[in-house]
Structures are given as structure tokens and as C-alpha cells.
Design a protein around this ligand. Structure first.
Ligand code: NAP
Length: 334
């Protein structure tokens, strides 16, 4: 099969696609999936170079997000609800390949109204943003939300979810194009956070009150607290800018605020009962059309995976960047 195999650690741009990689074998609790589309993440670049927190033994196949069909020759473990041919999306190491072995519990049925491209980038970003806003920040209708990196993978999901929950959204991003993408996703206002004093613009938009919730995947909590409201909640989602912030705690006291974290990946271990609840609510939002996964305008064939990853590295992309693993991915059923 064709696959992005990492034998020696290197930047993805230095690794060619292997044409005859061995097919994976399903382990206990696993099914085989024919991959149609795979989602790209910054951490793929790190893993390819041996710099990520999770490194499989070499040689390994890169990639972790996918959408496809349960393979015709897949074993079906006890309790697994899927059957060969079912459309699924989810996570598994080795997604940049024509076939992958996946734990069936890390797969979800792909809704009929969704393409493989849309499904391939869903599994991490959407539940992260949903649980951040609902479970952690307890967002209420009518509240103001500031989303930083609002056009990025988790950010664009947060914009749509905050709107679907009845909030007023201020998108903060680094280019006019990304602000336009955020507006199209439903943001009420946009501010360019590369401009000095952007927090004053946020205060002006909110009539001086500030935002009730800050959703921050960048590492801009300290800067964003300049425009948080009394009793606001700031959610630590990630550090895309590369620095883990330090914070003077008097800032927390002065405005009576809460700082909360979200680590969606840890829910399967610490709070597994919450996972299907979040997915059911998300699948409802998708099937009603109130939320829609957004795919970057350029998709890449498997052979150009490195170009897609380079676009992420260069901060050019918005939404989810997708690789087509099989040439003619069938479209959604509807
Ligand atoms: N807590 C969780 O459970 C969880 C789950 C998923 C992801 N995350 C984390 O959330 C962060 C964002 O993930 P994502 O999938 O949304 O990534 P993404 O699609 O690559 O978007 C990241 C965005 O961050 C902004 N950014 C600001 N400074 C940057 C810099 N110095 N270098 C690169 N980007 C910069 C860029 O937007 P602008 O150009 O508009 O500034 C960029 O598009 C990552 O750190 C990820 O690890 C956390």
C-alpha cells in the first residue's frame, strides 16, 4: 500500500511516500479502515522528526486523523458496532496510508451529510472546542466570547459552536483573509491581533465591558485578560505560538475571573462517560446544519502531504488541512 513511512527521523519534506509499505494488521480491539482522507496537524511535523511527546517505534506510518470505510477484510471485535463498508472518522496512528488499524472506540460513524474531507479533521478539534465552551467555561446565551486564532482548526470550531450556543463572537486572527473566514463561520466581529492595542478594539465592541469568555489556543491569555469582563472565564486550549505563558495571579483576583484548562484527549481516561455525551450533541449540531466542518481551500494528494504540512508550518492555512489518500473519495450520501 501507499503510505508516509518514517524510517529515519527527518522533516516531512525530506521523506518520500513509500509505494509498497506492508498493510497493517488489526490488534485486539482494532478494526481495519480504508482511509480516504486524512487530517494534518502541526504535531505530525514534530513526530516525523522524533520531537513529539508520543513517538511510535520506527519504522512507523505518520498521521493520526482520518475518515474512511471499515475494510472488507476487517475483523470485528466484540462490542464493535461497525460493519465492513461503514463510513467512519476518528483517530489512529498511521492515518497517512491507504489502510490503517484503528481502535474501534476511537472511531465515530461519519454523518451522511458529511464528506470524507470534512470528517477527517473532526475527531480532536470539535469535541475540544465544545467541551471547552460548554463543560469548562459554562458559556451562556448572550455572552461575549473572544476566540484567538479564530480561523485555525480548533478556533473555527469554537467560533461556530459559540454562535450555535447563542453567544456573541469576536474573532481574533492574524490576517484579513483569516478574519474573513472567521466572519463566514459566524463571527460577529473580527480584530487583527497582530496590531498593537487590539484589546482596546475588543473593549469598544463590547461597550467597555469586555468579553465573558476567552477561548485561547495560541498562548495569549495574559494579553487577552486586558479585555476580559468581571467574572470572566479564560480557557487555556493550547500554545500554538510556541511559548507556555506565565501569569501573575493578581490578575485573576482583580477581576474576579477564572482560568480553566481543557485537555480533551484525557477525557477517555478520566471522564469516559462524558465523551459520548459531547459527540451526541456535536452530531446533532452537524446533522441540523448548525455547525459545519471547514476544510482549507487547497487539499493535497498523499504524495504532497509534506506540502500540506509546510503550509501549516508557515501559518498559511485555515480550517483543517486535508490529504486525499485514495484518488476519488466518494462524496457524502446526501
Ligand atoms: N487542549 C486540547 O485538548 C487541544 C486539542 C486540540 C488542539 N490543541 C492545541 O491548540 C492549538 C491550535 O491547534 P489547531 O489545530 O487549531 O492549529 P492550527 O489549525 O495550525 O492553527 C493554529 C493557529 O495559531 C495561530 N498562531 C499564532 N501564533 C502562531 C505561531 N507563532 N505559529 C503558528 N501559529 C500561530 C495561527 O493563526 P493566525 O495566523 O491567525 O495567528 C495558526 O493558524 C495547538 O497548540 C494544539 O496543540 C489543544
Amino acid at each position: 500500500m501507499r503510505a508516509f513511512v518514517v524510517t529515519d527521523y527527518a522533516h516531512p519534506s525530506k521523506i518520500p511516500i513509500t509505494q509498497n509499505a506492508p498493510e497493517p494488521k488489526a490488534g485486539p480491539g482494532q478494526v481495519l479502515v480504508d482511509v480516504y482522507s486524512a487530517g494534518l496537524n502541526y504535531f505530525d511535523i514534530l513526530q516525523s522528526q522524533g520531537k513529539y511527546q508520543h513517538q511510535p517505534p520506527r519504522p512507523f506510518v505518520l498521521g493520526s486523523e482520518l475518515a474512511g470505510r471499515i475494510s472488507a477484510d476487517s475483523p470485528i471485535p466484540d462490542g464493535c458496532p461497525f460493519r465492513p463498508g461503514d463510513r467512519v472518522f476518528g483517530a489512529a496512528q498511521g492515518a497517512f496510508a491507504e489502510k490503517v488499524a484503528a481502535n474501534w472506540q476511537a472511531l465515530v460513524s461519519l454523518p451522511d451529510n458529511m464528506t470524507y474531507d470534512q470528517g477527517a479533521g473532526l475527531f480532536v478539534t470539535w469535541p475540544t472546542s465544545y467541551e471547552a465552551l460548554v463543560g469548562r467555561a459554562q458559556l451562556k446565551p448572550g455572552e461575549w466570547v473572544l476566540v484567538t486564532a479564530s480561523a485555525g482548526g480548533v478556533g473555527i470550531a469554537a467560533v461556530q459552536l459559540a454562535k450555535a450556543l447563542g453567544a456573541k463572537v469576536i474573532a481574533a486572527a492574524g490576517s484579513p483573509e483569516k478574519l474573513e473566514v472567521s466572519r463566514q463561520a459566524g463571527a460577529d466581529h473580527g480584530v487583527d491581533y497582530t496590531k498593537e492595542g487590539w484589546q482596546k478594539e475588543v473593549l469598544k465592541i463590547t461597550g467597555g465591558k469586555g468579553v465573558d469568555v476567552i477561548y485561547d489556543p495560541v498562548g495569549l491569555i495574559r494579553d487577552s485578560l486586558k479585555c476580559i469582563a468581571w467574572k470572566g472565564r479564560a480557557i487555556v486550549v493550547g500554545f500554538a505560538a510556541g511559548e507556555i505563558e506565565k501569569l501573575a495571579l493578581n490578575l485573576v483576583l482583580l477581576k474576579n475571573i477564572s482560568i480553566v484548562g481543557i485537555h480533551w484527549g484525557a477525557y477517555t481516561k478520566n471522564e469516559p462517560e462524558r465523551v459520548p455525551v459531547v459527540w451526541n450533541e456535536l452530531l446533532d449540531l452537524f446533522s441540523s446544519g448548525r455547525a459545519k466542518p471547514i476544510v482549507y481551500r487547497e487539499t493535497f494528494p498523499l504524495e504532497r502531504t509534506a506540502d500540506g504540512l509546510a503550509a501549516i508550518e508557515q501559518r498559511k492555512t485555515w480550517g483543517k488541512v486535508i490529504v486525499h489518500v485514495r484518488p476519488a473519495a466518494p462524496t457524502a450520501k446526501l
